[in-house]
Design a protein around this ligand. Structure first.
Ligand code: EPZ
Length: 420
């Protein structure tokens, strides 16, 4: 087991380049099951979740050539099975996209129930409702989701909650269905638009992605034979923006789409931090103690829940009391006890963290409880005086490519060491 050791208190300075979006990659990868041919995917992040997904797709029978750490060639000449790996799938939250993709193309799917980050109950009732509305029979028993159908027929689906995963699964299942599918109350995240753009590039007919109504006209096949480049990761960009601010740094975040982080920019500016958009880069500079601010997480374009723990770290050293309210997940507060070990003053009231800013944090031994909580620990370590050791960093490796190398290039003193 490895841990990260950080000698904190140094302002981050320099330029960092953002990689492809994790949450786009892990829905575009299963979407290759829908293609009847080949496709090249560029700007794939080189992270554990992507590597696991590639292994699962290879096991199903896709030919995948890794051209470089960030580029693959996928050839779908038909698959061997529609039953997915019992070993790898439960470790990936996004394995449920295999249900939509396998059902959509091969009319049958057997996928272990998803694993991944743990922050409260993570129901999939909206996914199942959508598959059934399209004409599938679905059961969840003995840790497996089983779905079969003779054919899928387009229909109108109104999602009861704005769900990223259910929206994506509906798109995957309906691209090759007979007739037209309309998804209403759809999620609008940038990776939903990216998935639709990928599928359209491969031959699909999807309109309205990025709005709350998505229309999918079923096509007979997706010929593929095209190249697609994944969008930059807005959460990685946001994480570096907050890390720059929390360390009193001066950082240019390259290769991102500033529009995708508007809600984060708005909050940093409200805190008195300088944020400038420079084409596909963002310049973040912080030379005084940030001001307090209140935040409520919301589906896109609202403030992302996946930036909640990182932002809590910044608010911990802001001047005054901030209230950070979580409205997407039941329990995203596991980071709180760890952040308190740095000297942060936080209490939970219902779905809100009440954060009384302190002047500075002190390094501590801490543990990651999930991916974004891990990112929050890294930011706290960078912003703290003294040494921080972070265990269970495999959570961080699931979603951040070369995090310590990128931070070292910004002047951080950070190393990966063996637990013992
Ligand atoms: C995606 O999860 C992301 N994961 C999460 O990011 C992110 O936190 C989340 O969207 C919200 O933005 C991936 O893209 C792989 P949801 P997802 O379905 O799709 C409720 C990260 O750190 N709901 O939009 O699973 C649910 O309980 C990860 O990168 C139902 O009630 O989230 C939640 O309250 C962690 N029934 C809300 O909807 C359902 O059938 C939003 O969930 C589905 C969801």
């Amino acid at each position: 087991m490895e841990k990260l050791r950080i000698y904190g208190g140094k302002p981050l300075k320099g330029t960092v380049s953002i990689c492809g979006a994790k949450n786009a990659a892990i829905c575009i990868l299963p979407a290759t099951l829908l293609i009847d041919g080949t496709c090249k995917i560029e700007n794939l992040p080189d992270i554990i979740d992507v590597r696991r997904y590639i292994s699962v797709l290879k096991e199903l029978g896709l030919n995948i050539t890794q051209n470089s750490p960030n580029e693959i060639l996928v050839e779908n000449k038909g698959i061997k099975t529609t039953s997915c790996s019992l070993e790898l799938c439960p470790k990936m939250r996004a394995s449920y996209y295999l249900v939509g993709a396998l059902l959509g193309r091969y009319k049958s799917a057997e996928v272990p129930l998803p694993g991944g980050c743990n922050f409260g109950s993570r129901p999939i009732d909206q996914h199942i409702k959508g598959f059934e509305a399209l004409g599938a029979q679905v059961s969840t028993t003995q840790g497996l989701i089983k779905a079969t159908t003779k054919k899928l027929v387009g229909t109108s689906i109104y999602l009861d909650v704005v769900s990223v995963g259910a929206t994506i699964n509906m798109i995957l299942a309906s691209v090759l269905a007979e007739g037209t599918t309309i998804i209403e109350n759809a999620a609008k995240e940038p990776h939903i638009v990216d998935l639709a753009n990928f599928l359209n590039t491969m031959g699909a007919n999807i309109k309205g992605a990025g709005t709350d109504t998505i229309k999918i006209v079923g096509v007979k096949s997706l010929p593929g034979n095209a190249t697609y480049s994944i969008i930059p990761d807005q959460i990685e960009a946001g994480t570096f923006m907050v890390a720059a601010a929390a360390t009193g740094g001066d950082v240019i975040i390259k290769n991102c789409i500033p529009k995708h982080v508007d809600s984060i920019t708005a909050k940093l500016v409200e805190m008195g931090i300088t944020v400038e958009e420079l084409g596909d880069s963002i310049h973040v500079k912080c030379d005084k103690r940030p001001k307090k601010v209140n935040i409520k997480t919301m589906p896109y374009p609202g403030f992302p829940t996946d930036m909640h723990p990182q932002m809590a770290t910044l608010l911990s050293i802001a001047n005054g009391m901030s209230i950070l309210t979580e409205s997407v997940w039941d329990n995203r507060f596991q980071y709180v006890e760890e952040l308190k070990k740095f000297g942060a003053q936080i209490r939970i009231e219902g779905r809100s963290a009440i954060i009384e800013g302190v002047k500075s944090l002190d390094g501590a031994p801490v543990v990651c409880s999930d991916l974004r909580a891990g990112a929050a620990m890294v930011i706290a370590g960078l912003a703290s005086k003294g040494v921080t050791e972070i265990s269970k960093i495999e959570y961080v490796d699931r979603g951040y490519e070369n995090i310590e190398e990128k931070l070292r290039n910004l002047g951080a003193k950070i190393e990966r060491v063996n637990e013992d």
